[in-house]
Design a protein around this ligand. Structure first.
Ligand SMILES: [Zn+2]
Length: 562
């Protein structure tokens, strides 16, 4: 009993002297937006746009000074549509609250020319797993959600594979609203520095040239400036080349699986805010809100340019034939202003080994190397159209959510096409986001004659989704449907030969086909292991004969020249 009373006093003592850092629950956030929409019916609306893996609907809160609530009318008016998603990692809720505060202000005084489409809480399943432990290094709030969603997926890796219902619902909303500007709010992990917020922006190289230049030369510097004027200087997100920021910082490679990388495929200028995990929660909320205000100022300044470049990029994308599907950092180095803490090395009390230590008594403002440019290392050329047999129609839901247009074939047709055959690939040892990802995939393109059937899908490559089609259908690209395992069925042979029976057939085959005989003999003389392996030799003849299975190693997405 004595112990219990002492314990109770201790808890009361802690409660009295620690600063409580509350954050809104999912239910509180939706209740607040519901109430806000009731108070401002002319300029705001709260709508449900589809389900999530939690079983609960995804909400959008729209702020539109003109009261249209219709993307097409806003685009026609020259307005900018800015989509803000919060809580994709539900343990990082400062954006959820910052957006609530921002929406409260803008609902009362909406800014003409900008329509906001705010997702109050994107990862609902994560928000419902409320706890105060899973962000071990984070300074508050007292309770927050979890990174994984109701399927334990990291939604910020899900934009091409679209395993989560959340992703499909968000993608449908994205293509309904066609935002020119896209924001995804986070809290950082990693390095310590004095500032409360850092920023990732879309790779300029991933955007059409004029949009990339506008982003890099005008919009990003203007946002940094607007933030500084509000007393919130920013660093670029610290993705270090070595152990510390002084050794250099890399720009983020936002390929299509990430929110901003996906958004960029449709020409949306993307921003990921990373409020600093070690700053108090309230401070992080404030810094994220200041970002939204600064972004608004910059969007208004460049409103007509953002609008017209987005529209012309969409037009030219429809006829663009070639897209980059793989990027690498360039060695080209620039320098940027960085505000950091000097790094010391201490001996760890736990391991006894040297450990990194950010010395907060030694702040600095200095230039650090910045690896900000990306090189295109693989380009993919689109055909006139792709054909996808209806046996693979489970992929259509994903393509449809991404706004991909297609038609069904009206009659059976034998067509001349090209198909990718898998020559080589590697697979990760452990699953990544529910998949055994392939990498270093090598394919060869061969002409094929394919029997398509009535109802098969024809996907023309003259559409707004062209850049996306290149990402998912280039089998060698890091975000392709092949590398995400959607065509693993073709990696396995379904029928085999019995060696003792195939012997006679194989002998006949090499007798009748001098070319096959020559390549067989060449391989035997150049490959000693092959020369001693009877089964491998029979298999070589089998795989190079008419008996080979047509589906084996052939990716069932056919390139049509039409
Ligand atoms: Zn995050």
């Amino acid at each position: 009993m004595q112990k219990l009373i002492t314990g109770l006093f201790f808890l009361l003592f802690c409660a009295a002297f620690s600063v409580a850092q509350p954050s809104p629950t999912y239910e509180e956030a939706i209740a607040a937006y519901t109430e806000l929409a009731k108070r401002h019916p002319k300029s705001t609306r709260l709508v449900e746009v589809g389900t999530t893996d939690s079983g609960l609907s995804l909400h959008l809160f729209i702020i539109d000074s003109r009261g249209y609530f219709e993307a097409e009318r806003s685009h026609a008016q020259g307005d900018i549509i800015c989509m803000v998603i919060n809580g994709i990692h539900a343990g990082e809720p400062c954006g959820i609250e910052a957006s609530m505060q921002f929406a409260e202000e803008r609902a009362a005084e909406p800014e003409e020319g900008i329509v906001y489409v705010i997702l109050p809480v994107y990862n609902i399943g994560g928000a419902l797993q409320r706890n105060g432990l899973t962000r071990v290094n984070q300074n508050g709030p007292d309770a927050y959600g979890f990174r994984g969603n109701a399927q334990n997926l990291d939604l910020n890796r899900d934009f091409t594979k679209a395993d989560a219902a959340n992703t499909l619902s968000l993608q449908r909303a994205f293509h309904e609203w066609k935002p020119q500007v896209f924001v995804d709010t986070h809290t950082s992990n990693g390095a310590d520095y004095p500032l409360a917020i850092s920023l990732i922006h879309t790779m300029p190289e991933g955007l059409p040239r004029m949009q990339g230049m506008l982003l890099q030369r005008e919009i990003v510097p203007n946002i940094y400036q607007a933030m500084a004027e509000r007393g919130e200087e920013m660093n670029p997100y610290v993705y270090t080349k070595g152990a510390t920021p002084e050794q250099g910082i890399y720009a983020f490679t936002d390929i299509a699986r990430y929110s901003t990388g996906y958004a960029a495929l449709w020409g949306a200028l993307g921003f990921i805010t990373e409020a600093h995990m070690l700053k108090p929660y309230e401070k992080r909320v404030e810094a994220t809100r200041r970002f939204l205000e600064s972004l608004e100022e910059v969007m208004l300044k460049h409103r007509s340019t953002i609008h017209s470049l987005y529209a012309s990029a969409e037009n030219s994308r429809r006829s663009q034939r070639e897209f980059t599907t793989q990027w690498e950092h360039s060695d080209e180095v620039d320098s940027i202003n960085f505000i950091g803490y000097r790094v010391d090395s201490l001996l760890s009390k736990v391991t006894g080994l040297p450990r990194l230590y950010y010395n907060s008594t030694q702040p600095y403002r200095d230039k650090v190397p910045y690896y900000g440019t990306h090189l295109s290392v693989r380009k993919f050329k689109l055909p006139k159209a792709f054909a996808l047999p209806q046996g693979w129609s489970h992929l259509i839901e994903k393509l449809e959510a991404s706004g991909v247009q297609y038609r069904r074939l009206g009659q059976d047709s034998l067509v001349n096409a090209e198909a990718y055959f898998v020559e080589d690939y590697k697979t990760v040892d452990k699953p990544y986001e529910g998949h055994y990802l392939h990498f270093e995939t090598r394919t060869v393109l061969r002409p094929v004659s394919v029997q398509l059937r009535e109802g098969d899908y024809i996907i023309p490559c003259n559409q707004s989704a062209n850049a996306f089609l290149a990402q998912v259908f280039d089998p060698e690209g890091p975000d392709s449907y092949f590398n995400w395992n959607f065509f693993d069925q073709v990696l396995m042979q379904k029928e085999y030969f019995s060696a003792y029976l195939f012997e006679e057939t194989a002998a006949e085959l090499i007798k009748r086909n001098p070319l096959l005989r020559k390549s067989f003999e060449d391989k035997k003389s150049s490959d000693p292991a092959f020369a001693k392996d009877a089964n491998a030799q029979l298999n070589f003849i089998y795989q190079n004969s008419k008996y080979r299975e047509p589906n084996y190693l052939r990716i069932p997405v056919y390139r049509l020249g039409l």
